[in-house]
Structure formats: structure tokens, C-alpha cells
Design a protein around this ligand. Structure first.
Ligand code: NAD
Ligand code: UDP
Length: 322
């Protein structure tokens, strides 16, 4: 086997992590995937296990990890409200203890480390679209705080390790991303609506559906993360990665009904606490520094995601809750 740079992907068996592992193998990296399978699944990386340059380690990053690597992508953290609110203390722990452990690893090995941060650091934003300079409007006491404040604290840790110890950091603020391998039961809007439409069940809109999000297809997002890691050491971010095409949740529901040809009805349910009213990235910085912008249109990305969930339903994974 020839020498290749070694990269660690934490949360590598999750939705984004599994696509990232695939991309890094294609780009000739030696990939170590670390995951405790809290929300991720072996099914997501099964096809990579036979690759001699792919290694899977079951490990919880809130405990120290000793490996030798050149680059680290830190993605380990439950990402959907249902999952991160299921054990909120663990969610804060993975962001704080987990980040400290991974930053300590980066410090010892002199590896570059990229943090998968989130648009949730902006909370329910009062500035629209959100540039990186906006400091956010987060409720530190609400049910989303374990995730939002956890991710904010992780960013603080990244910048302190950078200033105090000279660790080479990159911080990506990821906006809503969708695509194949989203968890079928994570309650996120795209997976919920597609599964409801395919099963002929009512599409559950929380609130009146006027709240907006902007959805980025997974391939575009992974390309953005990869480009960010490749930037010169002087560039730390934070940088927004997301699709600036904004849609209301009602428009999304109607589009999914059209694309699936489903006759499902729409059912309006109460809006969850602290649900942001609008969200859209200002990607000026990513365009300039990474020469990156999303290429996949919502319609096109949704079709691929619908194909995936049709396959998944046939395989009955959804019923098994994997
Ligand atoms: P996901 O839940 O599919 O993946 C997270 C992975 O981390 C899972 O495989 C899970 O088992 C693993 N994990 C959780 N806790 C762990 C621990 N203590 N030790 C080891 N592994 C652990 O979620 P995703 O959508 O792929 O998100 C990946 C990252 O991107 C997360 O950090 C998330 O906050 C961030 N992000 C995602 C989105 C999005 O829209 N998908 C948006 C913003 C930020
Ligand atoms: N949402 C909805 N119906 C669902 C799931 C979500 O109307 O079945 C709404 C949710 O209230 C939010 C938006 O869709 O306004 C996006 O929710 P998601 O959980 O996907 O992501 P986040 O709130 O973290 O952006």
C-alpha cells in the first residue's frame, strides 16, 4: 500500500460523515472513521469497509482518542432536534468534551482540524440573510440550547486552541443540508415530508408554514468542507456553507407533493419552542475564499433524495428504525 495522508472523520457513520469519508477516499486519503453509532449507522459505510484505506473505530469522542493523523474533520454530534434533545447533557458534552479531546489530538499531532459548526449559532436571527459577522440571537435556556450553545462553545474552544496553542483550525457554519442517508426517523423536515408523502400520510407542517429555510444538497456541502480544509493555514473561518435559495416550509411541502405525485394532505401542527422564523446564509465569503457555491437545484436534489427513500422503504430499513 502506498503512503497517503491520514485523515480522521468523527461522526463518519452519520449522514454527512459517510459522504465525506467517500469523498476523501476518492481524493486518495487514508481515512479513519470514528463513530459511537448514537445516530449513525453501519449501513451508511458498509460499502467502504472493503477499502484497504478505510478503517472504522467504534469510539465516543467525549473520551480521549490516540491516533496519528494529518487532518481531522470533527462532525460527531447528533444534528436533528429530536436526536439532540433526546439526551441534552450528552449533546453539550460531545460539543465541549468531544471538541477538547479532538483539539488536544490536533495539538499533539499538529493536524489541521475542521469543526462542523452550524447556522444554529445564529439562533432565531434578527439579521437576514446571516453573514458570519452576525453574533446571533440564541435562547441559552430553551430546548435547543444544548445544541446551539454547545456549538457556540465549541467554536470558542477552536479559536482559543488556535490563539493559545497555534492549532490550525477551520470552522464551517453548515446550514440545513439534505440528501441520501438522512436518518429516516430524525424528524427533520425533508425526510419527514418525503416519507409522509411516499406513505400517503399527511405532511405535518409545524406552525403556518411561513417560516423559511434554505436547503443545500449533500454533495455541494461536502465539496465546501473539502475546499475549506484545503485553504491556507491563515484562513480559519468561520465560513457559512449553505444554499442561499430560501423557501418557506409550505412551499417545500407543495414541491415534495408534486415530485412524489402523492395525494397526501397537509396537516398544520403547533410550532415547536424557539423554532427560527427564517434562515438563509450569506455565502459571500465562501464564494470569495473557497470559490464555492451550491450547484444542485432544490428540485434536482429532492428527486435524488426521494429515490433514496423509496429504496429505503423497499428495504424496510425505515420500519426497522435503523
Ligand atoms: P448525524 O446524526 O447523521 O451524524 C452525526 C454522527 O455523529 C452520527 O454518526 C453519530 O453516531 C455520531 N456521534 C454522535 N455523538 C458521538 C460521540 N460522542 N462520539 C462519536 N460519534 C458520535 O448528523 P449529520 O447531519 O451528519 O451532522 C454531522 C455534523 O454536521 C454534526 O456535527 C452537525 O451538528 C453538523 N451540521 C449538520 C447539519 C445538517 O443539516 N445535516 C447542519 C448544521 C450542522
Ligand atoms: N418542520 C415541519 N414539519 C416537520 C418537521 C419540521 O414543519 O415534520 C419545520 C420545523 O418546525 C422548522 C423547519 O421545518 O421550522 C425545519 O426543521 P428541521 O428540524 O428540519 O431543521 P431546523 O429547525 O433545525 O432548521
Amino acid at each position: 500500500m502506498s503512503w497517503k495522508p491520514k485523515v480522521l472523520v468523527t461522526g463518519g457513520a452519520g449522514f454527512l460523515g459517510s459522504h465525506l469519508c467517500e469523498k476523501l477516499l476518492k481524493e486518495h486519503y487514508d481515512v479513519i472513521c470514528v463513530d459511537n453509532f448514537y445516530t449513525g449507522s453501519k449501513v451508511n459505510i458498509e460499502h467502504l469497509l472493503k477499502d484497504p484505506y478505510f478503517e472504522l473505530i467504534r469510539h465516543d469522542i467525549t473520551f480521549p482518542l490516540y491516533v496519528e493523523v494529518d487532518e481531522i474533520y470533527n462532525l460527531a454530534c447528533p444534528a436533528s432536534p429530536i436526536h439532540y434533545q433526546n439526551d441534552p447533557v450528552q449533546t453539550t458534552k460531545v460539543n465541549v468534551h468531544g471538541s477538547i479531546n479532538m483539539l488536544g489530538l490536533a495539538k499533539r499531532t499538529k493536524a489541521k482540524i475542521l469543526q462542523a459548526s452550524t447556522s444554529e449559532v445564529y439562533g432565531d436571527p434578527e439579521v437576514h440573510p446571516q453573514p458570519e459577522s452576525y453574533r446571533g440571537n440564541v435562547n441559552p435556556l430553551g430546548p435547543r440550547a444544548c445544541y446551539d450553545e454547545g456549538k457556540r462553545c465549541a467554536e470558542t474552544l477552536f479559536f482559543d486552541y488556535h490563539r493559545q496553542h497555534g492549532v490550525k483550525i477551520k470552522v464551517a457554519r453548515i446550514f440545513n443540508t439534505y440528501g441520501p442517508r438522512m436518518h429516516p426517523n430524525d424528524g427533520r423536515v425533508v425526510s419527514n415530508f418525503i416519507l409522509q408523502a411516499l406513505r400517503g400520510e399527511p405532511l405535518t407542517i409545524y406552525g403556518d408554514g411561513s417560516q423559511t429555510r434554505s436547503f443545500c444538497y449533500v454533495d455541494d456541502l461536502i465539496d465546501g468542507l473539502y475546499r475549506l480544509m484545503k485553504t491556507p493555514d491563515s484562513f480559519t473561518g468561520p465560513v457559512n456553507l449553505g444554499n442561499p435559495e430560501e423557501v418557506s416550509i409550505l412551499e417545500l411541502a407543495e414541491l415534495i407533493l408534486e415530485l412524489t405525485g402523492s395525494k397526501s394532505e397537509i396537516k398544520f401542527l403547533p410550532l415547536p419552542t424557539d423554532d427560527p422564523k427564517q434562515r438563509c446564509p450569506d455565502i459571500t465569503l465562501a464564494k470569495k475564499v473557497l470559490e464555492w457555491e451550491p450547484k444542485v437545484q432544490l428540485r434536482e436534489g429532492l428527486k435524488k433524495t426521494i429515490d433514496y427513500f423509496e429504496y429505503c422503504l423497499r428495504a424496510e430499513w425505515c420500519h426497522l428504525g435503523i
